[in-house]
Ligand binder design. Sequence first.
Ligand SMILES: [Zn+2]
Length: 177
Amino acid sequence: MDHQFEYAVPNLALRHYVVPNLASFVIPFSIELSPEITERLARALAKAVELIAPAIRDFRMITLIFGKPPAYAIHVGTGIEIYYADMNQDPIATAGNHRICLHAERIASLSAFPIDAAVIVILEELVHVWMNVKDETIAKTATAYLYGGLVVENDQYRTFGQIFDRLTEDARVDQSK
Ligand SMILES: [Zn+2]
C-alpha cells in the first residue's frame, strides 16, 4: 500500500532563506527535488513569508508539503498522514488547517517575471492558513494587496501592466478604424 506514495520528508533547505524568527513556524517537507528546484522554492517561500509577516498577529505552526498531486504523504510520529488534492480543481496548491500541499515541480517552473508566480501561489496558501480565510476571492484579494502591483479580476490575478497593455491594444484598434 505504502509504495504507491512518494513520501515527503523534512527538508530544512526549503526554509533556509526564511527569516530566523519566523522559521520556527514553517515546517517544510518535500519529495526528492533537484538542488535548482529546491533553491527556487526556498526563495519563493521566504519571499511569501516576508510579504505576509507584517499582516499576521499570531503565527501558527504550519506544515508545507512540497510534493505532487493527488497524494501528499508524510510520516508524523509513529503514523502517516496522507492528503489528497481535489483533482477536479487546479491542484497546484491546496490548504487546510495547518497544512499546505504544493505541487513542487509545477510551482518551480512558473515564470518569475514580470511577477513571481511561485511567490504568489505560496503567498495565497499562507493567506488561507495564517489569516484563516476560506473564501477564494477574499484570499486572492488579500494576496494581491500583500504582493503589490496586482489586481484580481474574475478570480484571476492580473498585473496593472497587463491591464494597461490591454487598454493600449484597444486604443490602437480604435485608431486604425
Ligand atoms: Zn486559494
